[in-house]
Write a protein that binds this ligand. Sequence first.
Ligand code: UDP
Length: 500
Amino acid sequence: MEATLCPKPHFVVIPWPATSHMIPIVDIGCLLAAHGAAVTIITTPSSSQLVQSRVDRAGQGSAGVTVTAIPFPGAEAGLPDGCERTDHIPSPDLVPNFFVATARFGEAVARHCRRLPTATAAHPRPSCVVAGMCHTWAHGVARELGAPCFIFHGFCAFALLCCEYLNTHRPHEAVGSPDELFDLPALPPFEFRFARRQLPIHFQPSSSIPEDRHRELREFELAVDGIVVNSFEELEHGSVSRLAAATGKAVLSVGPVSLCGAAAPPSLLDSRANSDDARLCMAWLDAKRADSVLYVSFGSAGRMPPAQLIQLGLALVSCPWPVLWVIKGADTLPDDVNEWLQRNTDGSGLPESQCLALRGWAPQVAILEHPAVGGFLTHCGWGSTLESVAAGVPMATWPFSAEQFLNEKLIVHVLGIGLSVGVTKPTESVLTGAKDGGGKADADVGMEQVKQALDMLMDGGADGEARKTKAKELKAKSKTALEHGGSSYMNLEKLIQFGA
Ligand code: UDP
């Protein structure tokens, strides 16, 4: 890909500091660079290595990318030392402080950008800003630069369309209880019903995010020039054009962005994966038959209460298929649960073991692309969902929170590439610092219910074959979307035009 425009556009990309958000937005920066733009990614000191290694894996896309670290004023806002990402926040009480710190970080970014006009030919004055969804100040920075501003939520277009419908029509406010189902007809002819408790946090009656912050987030959404989405148009049954019509904004799907580093070896595919763990996983997968392995993971931070983890574990160890299970927060689980895990799972990657439990950071993209993987039990985070689509792997869905119940409908009902475990209640988010392994909550989902869904996922007869076929078709379409002339390729070119 070559630069076709002069002067070279310069994108300032400002990730919202949450690991799973940073991964795709950095990939978007790399794709823009591969399409000829200069790109500056602005982050904080403790995330700069993570960002830089993600950039390095992009090969062709990494050359035009500069990573700039600006100090994060966490201590000034009452946060503990080193707390620079949402996954570092030790308690929900400190969420408002984190927002205060990110607002002050915005002031520092604005000062930095004001100094940028003395830029070099390789990095001319910024001509477009792409900012994470809670960096509400980014719009002001872009206006000062005289540049357009795009928002990146990390949600798919379908979920954004549902949110737009909720914001406009507010059907969730007419229900009597958080469990009562209501219609959300955002994408006819599909029919969807949700309970209020299944919606993203800003549609809940109370949350740890203050009301005025919600208002500010909405004002930011309304003010931006466009929306960048990690998805591809063919995937979402018209959600992209409907979202553009509903918001009056440019909506550009430029994914699946995980494919931008697909040629890199697994050790580089994920800088956070401990290379020993990554090797162990890949060697264990190498010893398994094609399509035989069930991969289980609930995102960058998804942790369930210990009682629920045991029900899931009982289902997994009784599966006839090999299982690769990624467990987050294992170091804070109660002793009896850790002992159960040690007795019933393998942590060392013995080739003959049936249930490999990985306690750290898994090289997920490489795992999903391994030919041995035949199914994915997922929390429906959009990053994981799209990575599964790009790898052609059908899913069993277990949404936890955020927009994941919306994504579940897309996976199961719109795309037909997954089946629901049947979870109706959100899993309370368990913060990294929790010392009791996530509380004393009972298990909502029993072992038998999980097992039934997994049986259908891995051996679902004609329905299972249909899901597999559709998943493989979408895998092929996802690759085409990013190739020269494909829909995501063309949308990247359109985004470049905004910065020209
Ligand atoms: N991920 C990973 N290894 C892990 C856990 C997560 O590589 O052990 C990556 C995964 O590939 C995806 C992101 O982290 O890119 C998770 O994003 P998603 O939107 O699925 O979920 P979230 O973490 O936001 O709940």
